[in-house]
Design a protein around this ligand. Structure first.
Ligand SMILES: Nc1ncnc2c1ncn2[C@@H]1O[C@H](COP(=O)(O)OP(=O)(O)OP(=O)(O)O)[C@@H](O)[C@H]1O
Ligand SMILES: CC(=O)N[C@H]1[C@@H]2OC[C@@H](O2)[C@@H](O)[C@@H]1O[C@H](C)C(=O)O
Length: 378
């Protein structure tokens, strides 16, 4: 089958489009990336998403409207990509959607819940092909956290009989999948370690009006602020025992701006400290909650931040830290490919939640299917 995976993650930097060939399913899955493109998120959409993510921000009419506006944009980007690359037919599109809120556990006032928007009907209408979306809901229905979902794909693609491996994704949030050598599905262990690029990006926006710290250059220049570092390393989430998942609610703009008010230090010292905190919270979670590994394979945009990776390597001296590029894959396309795999399982009526990662009570078939509109066009 030919399929397209769409991923718009917590960084809000853009839409990843991965065009793949996929054969078989579950442990027989063979997937090949045929083409990839990232479409930058237009500024006005990014602002609307950020507004809707805030508890004192988006009202119901803003979220209602953005759901359709984003679906339309996802659909148009996919259509443009297919036209440019001369792709005339695909079997399905798997769309993650844009997470605008995630409540992993019941709280006093709220039911555990998660919301990914970007109306699939618009994507199906614009492209004409069936769309599989809303992957997290069924895992949550089965009492899981609805995240992380990528570990299922990691298990299919990266398990090894001779090496203990950890897959790390440094997106807006960082998450790991631990695959010990010869592991069975029930041995897979995966969770969000804490922030990825989210806090660093907030600081770059605040101090320099830039979207991110390109190659970690600012972090390389600054010095660690011990008081800020200690405050961050003591945050409750970092020490919580998995399964655990998190998001913008904890490590987003609100936290960043409290810190900017509290610590009046040079901009680059801020960025260095946030970068070291990001690396060290990942390393701490690996050391505390896994048995370590031979290889740590890094994906996500954070794989391009050299200062972050150098710090990570220094915290894990006995581990080979590699990027997806170094093993012949793509750091940017990895999550979009994972959603192609999850969509393929939906069409095979096969479960795709890794219950050891999400904490769900049962293995479930994920996703909702919006049918192709091609027949109607005829
Ligand atoms: N050259 C680079 N140098 C430093 N950082 C970079 C570079 N390129 C990308 N990034 C970082 O990567 C981020 C985007 O990462 P990615 O696309 O993996 O996140 P995401 O998929 O939105 O997040 P998540 O996986 O949490 O949902 C950017 O916001 C930026 O911080
Ligand atoms: C609720 C939500 O959107 N979570 C994302 C987010 O971004 C990274 C991390 O936090 C992970 O838990 C998850 O995404 C990936 C794709 C996952 O489900 O594995």
């Amino acid at each position: 089958m030919k399929a397209i995976g769409l991923m718009s993650g917590t960084s809000l930097d853009g839409l990843d489009i991965a065009y793949c060939d996929i054969q078989g399913n579950y442990t027989d899955t063979k997937v090949k990336l045929l083409d990839y493109r990232e479409v930058k998120m237009p500024h006005h959409l990014k602002e609307k998403i950020q507004y809707c993510c805030q508890t004192d921000g988006g009202h119901v009419q803003d979220i209602c409207s953005l759901n359709f506006e984003l679906g339309s944009w996802f659909g148009q980007c996919t259509k443009n990509f297919m036209d440019e690359r001369n792709i005339t037919s695909i079997d399905y599109i798997a769309s993650h959607g844009q997470t605008i809120y995630h409540i992993p556990e019941d709280t006093k006032n709220y039911h555990k819940s998660t919301l990914q928007i970007g109306e699939p009907a618009l994507i199906a209408y614009k492209t004409g092909f069936q769309v599989i979306a809303n992957f997290r809901a069924m895992d949550m229905a089965a009492e899981g956290q609805g995240a992380p979902l990528v570990p299922y794909a990691d298990y299919l693609l990266y398990r090894d009989d001779h090496l203990d491996r950890i897959l790390l994704n440094i997106g807006g949030i960082s998450n790991i999948t631990y695959l010990k050598k010869g592991c069975l599905e029930e041995d897979v262990y995966a969770f969000d370690t804490g922030p990825g690029n989210m806090l660093i990006d907030e600081a770059m926006r605040y101090f320099y009006g830039q979207e991110y710290d390109c190659d970690g250059k600012h972090a390389k220049r600054g010095r660690l602020c011990e008081a800020l570092y200690q405050e961050l390393m003591h945050m409750e989430y970092i020490h919580m025992v998995p399964p655990k998942s998190t998001g913008r609610e904890l490590f987003g703009k609100q936290l960043a701006h409290v810190l900017f008010e509290r610590y009046k230090i040079p901009a680059d010292d801020f960025i260095t400290t946030l970068t070291y905190f990001t690396a060290d919270s990942i390393a701490y979670n690996i050391k505390t909650f896994t048995n370590g590994c031979d290889e740590l394979i890094v994906a996500g945009g954070g794989a391009f931040n050299r200062t972050l990776l150098e710090r990570l390597q220094s915290q894990l001296p006995h581990v080979r830290v590699l990027t997806q590029e170094e093993i012949g894959y793509s750091s940017n396309a990895k999550e979009a490919i994972a959603f192609v795999i999850l969509g393929n399982e939906t069409l095979h009526h096969h479960y795709a939640n890794m219950i050891s990662a999400t904490g769900a009570k049962r293995k479930m078939i994920l996703g909702t299917i919006t049918p192709s509109t091609k027949e109607v066009f005829k």
